[in-house]
Design a protein around this ligand. Sequence first.
Ligand SMILES: [Zn+2]
Length: 231
Amino acid sequence: MGLLLASCATPGKSSSLGRDVYGHRPGPQGFRTVIIDAGHGGKDSGAVSAHTRQKEKDLALDTAQRIAKQLQGDFKVIMMRGDDTFIDLDERVIRANRHGEAILISVHYNSGPSSIRGPETYYWRVDSHGLATRLQRAMASASPAENGNRGLVRRRVRLTRNPEIPCVLLEGGYLSNAAESQLISDLGYRQKLAVNIASAIRTQAAIGDQGTGPLPRPIDSPPSRPTDAPE
Ligand SMILES: [Zn+2]
């Protein structure tokens, strides 16, 4: 019965707008609302660069605000946080799910072995694959190098699995890499990243998944829990 009702909600076509628990559908097109989530905040600094002492939470907020500025006017932009506030990941999911035809972009910077650098993009849902592909390309074209990282990754974490709208988590580069950390400290570079990210979002809204390759296989996974894995 539940399944019947679900399929009746989108009669005649597999619409990628609106909410969908699993996201087994094509990527979104024609959306007008973009939720931008600056990772971490408040008591949660995220990664801290040993090279510049900058905190991931501050760099993520700055980048999120730059992306928002690029999109304003064309989209309704909702900021998950606009200042240095802590918001629990599950609360972020609840807030994202208040919107029915939106996409969610979570902005982070990475940390790992010192030799690894370059942007990475995480997605889980089928309806987020095209968007993730575009966003990874957009960041890679702003970045001078990728070395040893995983590029586009299908990974189940709370902000890629649990929202009921297309959602992607961006890692804008490694703060643990000396050269990349210096690069990320340059606001011109963060601006370039933001402009490219905004452009990818615009393209997705205009043409959907066109040109982003075949959809990945659907996986009926349970929601991601805090105890699953480090996020
Ligand atoms: Zn992070």
